[in-house]
Design a protein around this ligand. Structure first.
Ligand code: CA
Length: 229
């Protein structure tokens, strides 16, 4: 299992260790940066799904670091920690691009709850449209279920992969080369006709019994899945 990695930027070893231990007990991967400089290079490495950022740090303070991270990465959730509980500090944090704010001392479960909430939010906003509709064809990328009209269509894994690739590029002509490398991970140069064979399989299942054809051949160019004439 790949662990969700969290970066802890905190110069007080006790606090950093306390957070690290708690997170690891909850199955997160962690790394600690004890100053702003190290924090910066680690934060910008793109290896972390969330950053916990102390305000008072050597070299670069937390607000400044938060701004620097936001310049490069708008998405990574950032929780700021501070011993100062003033409203000003809180506003500074949000102004710098932090997503949440926690005042020391805090209970670990409070931090954990906020981490989970932020990760969940990010997951939701990152999830692409999982349902593709082309005319009355419906492809659910989550369940891999395909329907045309109200009829469920059974596809093999390869047929599904081919259909999904065409559907993601709907109304665009896709060359055999593209299909070969993206769906089969092979070079078309190998002289195989596997793509044409599979296009025919798909046509039988998706188009044959329907008046409106969705898969079209562009001779010398490739294939297109389209709902426009
Ligand atoms: Ca500090």
């Amino acid at each position: 299992m790949i662990k969700t990695k969290i970066l802890i930027v905190e110069d007080e070893p006790k606090v950093a260790e306390f957070i690290k231990r708690g997170l690891e007990e909850n199955d997160f991967g962690t790394e600690i940066a004890y100053d702003g400089q190290t924090g910066r290079s680690l934060a910008l490495s793109g290896r972390f799904e969330l950053i916990i950022l102390d305000v008072n740090l050597p070299h670069i303070n937390g607000f400044e670091l938060c701004r620097l991270i936001r310049k490069e990465n708008e998405k990574v959730p950032i929780i700021m920690l501070t011993a100062l509980g003033s409203v000003d500090d809180k506003l500074n944090g949000f102004d710098a691009g932090a997503d949440d704010y926690l005042i020391k001392p805090f209970e670990f479960r409070e931090l954990l709850a906020r981490i989970k909430a932020l990760l969940k939010r990010n997951l939701k906003s990152e999830a692409p449209e999982r349902l593709i509709r082309i005319a009355d064809l419906e492809i659910n990328q989550e369940s891999k279920m395909v329907k045309r009209g109200n009829k469920k269509i059974d596809l093999t894994a390869k047929e599904y992969a081919l259909l999904e690739y065409l559907a993601k590029n709907k109304n665009r002509v896709i060359s055999r080369n593209d299909i070969a490398s993206r769906v089969w991970d092979i070079n078309f140069d190998t002289g195989t006709n596997v793509i044409d064979v599979y296009i025919n399989f798909l046509r039988k299942k998706i188009d044959k019994d329907y008046d409106k054809k969705l898969i079209h051949t562009y001779i010398g160019m490739g294939y297109i899945l389209k709902d426009e004439e």
